[in-house]
Ligand binder design. Structure first.
Ligand code: GLY
Ligand code: MN
Length: 455
């Protein structure tokens, strides 16, 4: 937990930005896995963590912009709770640690909400919170999204987007734990091992360092599948493995790092050429980070480097600008260059990407690749984001485009046949935008081809 002053200042900032009305910040409850008392790993809502700091189920909070009042609603522990989960600080004590001096029982909350002339709430993403909110407000579940407060969303995004120095300390900690997860994976990856053996070691490392996974690990020889959560393959010499895994540290900040490892330890020439191309995309994109530059432009710059490289390799032919405009790059990099990161691995995505990564006048593209770009707007000092270019050979997509005759004047489909078992390569780091450039967070994680081979 940060100091009470940090949370008090954040709430004061929020009150000032929203101006009037009652702000409701809903906490998360336990989520049942297969029956009520057998639950998934608990994760508090990130807005609740940001403004109220307490990672505990069963809490909701209000901030009254008009009276200045702040109340956390939740039950004090009963003897039954103490018997089953052990003694805990009282809710009043926890609230005091985050600078809140009033707590109430949950039954008092609905009447406060009903009597509010203006109620601000964010879009609930958990079904139990949707039902609860619907009951308290009388708004049908299906209408909650359109009744959310855009003023509150914009205010939160306007605060959480700028990471403070004490948050950066936490984010570097998350990346440093993530680094150890990756070092373990580099060292364990070898012919004959099961992917899940390495995934379990990655997870163990996060736990061992006081954290956990920030998102389900992606560790796969079939890296051409972007979010591949199947870990049952046996590693084979000659193949590449994508390791996209990150830690959530004790303070719930996320790391999100990707490295690509040759199972045989050495890259083949073909793999190394492609690897160095992705590395060039990544390092060039990082070098371009600075305030006022549109991240969309950096995404397109990375795409351009990729198209030039693939053209040199004989997989493409023709004018690069034309290919870039038409979206030929979507075949090889069908995802965005990166996203904001913070308490959430895709930071504030619950609030809507159009508020986080876009702005009025900057609309989301429908083109393959660009349509998955979660951060497109101008960068500002204090933003922390991922830079994660990749090149993938997705046999099904190649076959589809070929059958449809897409871009046959640019794409050398016969050469691409040799890449259908190549898999994919992605390289990702987490970067802070500073007043005059950028800082890559955490201790350096090997990424030059020779460094990777040496591990
Ligand atoms: N780490 C997975 C993603 O960024 O989508
Ligand atoms: Mn990512």
């Amino acid at each position: 937990m940060f100091s009470a002053q940090t949370y008090t200042e954040r709430r004061n900032h929020l009150k000032k930005e929203v101006g009037k009305g009652l702000i409701l910040i809903m906490g998360n409850d336990e989520a049942p896995m297969n029956y009520h008392d057998n639950t998934y790993r608990y994760r508090q809502d990130s807005n609740f963590l940001y403004f109220f700091g307490i990672s505990q189920a069963g809490l909701n909070a209000i901030i009254d912009c008009d009276s200045g009042e702040e109340i956390i609603f939740g039950n004090e522990l009963t003897m039954d709770d103490i018997i089953w989960v052990g003694p805990q600080p009282t809710l009043a004590e926890l609230a005091r640690r985050v600078g809140v001096y009033r707590t109430e029982s949950p039954e008092k909350l609905p009447s406060r909400i009903k009597s509010a002339k203006i109620l601000h709430f964010t879009p609930p993403y958990r079904y139990d919170n949707m039902f609860r909110l619907s009951e308290w407000t009388g708004i049908a579940v299906g209408q909650l999204k359109e009744k959310t407060s855009v003023d509150l969303i914009k205010a939160i995004v306007g605060i959480r987007s700028y990471k403070t120095a004490e948050e950066i300390v936490q984010m570097e900690d998350a990346v440093n734990i993530t680094r150890e997860m990756h070092m373990t994976a580099f060292q364990m990856t070898r012919d004959g091992r099961k992917e899940y053996e390495i995934v379990s070691a990655i997870h163990a490392k996060a736990l061992e360092m006081g954290g956990d996974l920030a998102y389900p690990a992606i560790f796969s020889m079939n890296g051409q599948t972007l979010h591949n959560h199947y870990h049952g393959n046996t590693l084979e010499n000659g193949r590449l493995v994508i390791n996209d895994s990150g830690a959530e540290n004790k303070m719930f900040y996320a790391g999100d790092i990707t490295r690509t490892i040759p199972v045989a330890r050495r890259f083949s020439d073909k793999q190394k050429d492609m690897y160095n191309l992705v590395l060039k995309m990544e390092t060039s994109a990082i070098a371009a980070l600075k305030p006022d530059v549109q991240y969309r432009e950096i995404h397109l710059m990375a795409n351009r480097i990729m198209l030039e490289g693939l053209k040199e390799m004989g997989l493409l032919t023709g004018d690069i600008d034309e290919m870039l405009n038409l979206g030929v790059q979507g075949l090889f990099m069908p995802h965005g260059l990166g996203h904001m990161i913070g308490l959430d691995v895709h930071d504030m995505e619950d609030l809507g990407e159009k508020y986080v990564g876009y702005r009025d006048g900057l609309e989301r593209s429908t083109q393959l690749g660009l349509k998955s770009l979660r951060l497109a707007r101008e960068l500002e000092a204090g933003f922390v984001l991922t830079v994660e270019p990749g090149i993938y050979f997705i046999p099904e997509l190649i076959d589809k485009w070929k059958a449809e005759g897409q871009f046959t004047n640019f794409i050398n489909y016969s050469r691409l046949e040799n890449f259908k078992t190549f898999g994919g390569i992605r390289i990702e780091d987490n970067c802070l935008v500073t007043a005059d450039g950028y800082k890559v967070l955490g201790r350096q994680i090997p990424k030059k081809a020779e460094e990777v081979e040496a591990l």
